[in-house]
Design a protein around this ligand. Structure first.
Ligand code: ADP
Ligand code: MG
Length: 243
């Protein structure tokens, strides 16, 4: 996966969430975005997901520039999977329907095809017996695994995660991070915003530290943790690794 973000700025009212952010990464299986709260990680991810548009600058993935017009942008969004912190499942639908509905409505699969894919993913994530349950009847970890199954079901080119474990207790965090690591091991391309430094070090090849709306530091995972160059990174890691 080749990511090329060139001088991107994004403003909300008077506030610049991203200011002249540039990020070039080649062939990384897993890129982790870390950094202080409010630094611009989620905004970067939403831009990469095509959920928002930059005010300035451009984003390319694998050499293809992200479209700006509504129709191509909608097509682009079909090629990626996104998982958010708070799972964003439909509360009135059971686990199976949460997975099959987008497959049928957005991706045009038949009911049979959609159900086959959904059950295969539920089985893979040890959720088979929970298929008929609604989000309120499932644990946080189970819901997040349903959300990951839903994101994977259309067989996207890559997956974006925004703090997928921030709402979970330690046991469920481990359960969800294991699933994400297994995806990386099988070759899925992933960009993840995370506060789990152990996971970032273990699973990501490349880490970008985003603060104050730009990339403070970009380095290999080992390198960033053993030899952080920027002062902002050093301060962030000192805090993040100490709690
Ligand atoms: P992070 O994910 O690193 O915590 P964000 O990308 O969410 O940071 O936010 C960057 C900055 O942009 C913050 O100051 C945040 O308050 C602001 N921001 C993000 N989204 C919005 C929005 N939809 N409306 C207004 N301000 C926003
Ligand atoms: Mg965020």
């Amino acid at each position: 996966m080749k990511i090329d973000i060139q001088s991107v700025s994004k403003r909300y009212g008077q506030l610049w969430a991203l200011k002249d952010l540039t990020l070039q990464v080649e062939a990384s299986r897993c890129l982790a975005l870390i950094g202080p709260s409010g630094g611009g990680k989620s905004t970067t991810l939403r831009l990469l997901a095509g959920l928002e548009k930059p005010d300035e600058g451009s984003l390319s993935i694998n050499g293809n520039r992200l479209p700006i017009e509504a129709n191509p942008l909608r097509e682009y969004r079909k090629t990626i999977g996104v998982v958010f912190q708070a799972y964003n499942l439909f509360p009135h639908l059971d686990a199976v329907s949460n997975i099959t509905l987008p497959l049928e409505v957005v991706h045009g699969l038949s009911q049979t095809e959609a159900h086959e894919r959904a059950y295969a993913l539920l089985e893979r994530f040890q959720l088979t017996e929970h298929g008929a349950k609604k989000p309120a009847e499932l644990s946080g970890g189970q819901n997040q695994r349903v959300a990951i199954a839903r994101a994977l079901a259309p067989q996207p080119e890559f997956l974006l995660f925004d703090e997928p474990t921030s709402a979970l207790d330690p046991e469920m965090t481990a359960e969800v991070l294991d699933v994400i690591e297994s995806l990386i091991q099988e070759g899925k391309r992933i960009i993840i915003v995370t506060h789990q430094m152990g996971f970032a070090k273990r699973a990501a090849e490349t880490i970008a530290l985003i603060a104050n709306g730009c990339v403070e530091e970009l380095a290999g995972a080992e390198e960033l943790f053993s030899n952080p160059r920027s002062e902002v990174t050093q301060r962030f890691l000192a805090k993040a690794l100490n709690y």
